[in-house]
Design a binder for this molecule. Sequence first.
Ligand code: SF4
Ligand code: SF4
Length: 303
Amino acid sequence: GTSAPVQDPEIAEKIANHPCYSAEAHQYYARMHVAVAPGCNIQCNFCNRKFDCANESRPGVTSTLLTPEDALAKVKLVASEIKQMSVLGIAGPGDPLANPKPTFRTMELVARDCPDIKLCLSTNGLRLPEFVDRIADLNVDHVTITINMIDPEVGERIYPWVAWRGKRYTGREASKILSEQQLAGLAALTERKILCKVNSVMIPGINDEHLVEVSRTVKGLGAFLHNVMPLVSAPEHGTVFGLTGQRGPTPQELKALQDRCEQDDGAEMNMMRHCRQCRADAVGLLGEDRGDEFLPETFQGRE
Ligand code: SF4
Ligand code: SF4
């Protein structure tokens, strides 16, 4: 997308060194994900729990779960071999904030031993408000929130349930809770100058028209970048709940929606056009995945 000039130097720096926020940076800076967060506290209709979180990752891949200690060993090994390594993201395989212990433990270990590596986190946002202070204290630079709707009527076709404070909610109530938490979390993060990207999965006939409004809303709350991703539906990925037979968008439909979001309102929203839907254990520059070079046996037990 075309990006408006950024005035705040603190923000400009955060953009420049993250390959997902800056189309330029993605040729020079590498990122890695570590898969330390297995569980999830919501159910998306398009998610099959055997695979990585479908809100952030390429559908149909399964990453090997690591302990925080093994994740640290892997980060050190990768940083020693890939000089451009600048960002560590925790993006799954479930929802990082549904697994706060391993997620924050991993971040603490990496902050202690690799202070130059920037921290990045992806979440469905349900528990975000609760953890905003912790995220800010850990100097997390970038947070991605997946927001597929802001209207519970749309949401009830995407989310069959959410588990919230010890209770399971269904129907519109579930999506209302999720949406309120997501938007409150986004506002609280941008207030603290943490750079926020919003991911939305485009589901034709369900939220495609609605995503323009989502884009406008998150822009209003200070999101820096909107990443509309296509639903990838392939029979072999399985569909757990209501989306059997649901198709994904064509590349033309995706681009038309991205253009509409960008132009909406006269005010420009930065749209991400170079997302690769990386795995929860991706390693390297955005166009490449060197994850297979760093399998558990290469780093486990190393200090
Ligand atoms: Fe699956 Fe991610 Fe949705 Fe959780 S948030 S149900 S892991 S797609
Ligand atoms: Fe960046 Fe997209 Fe990969 Fe996330 S999935 S690391 S946003 S390119």
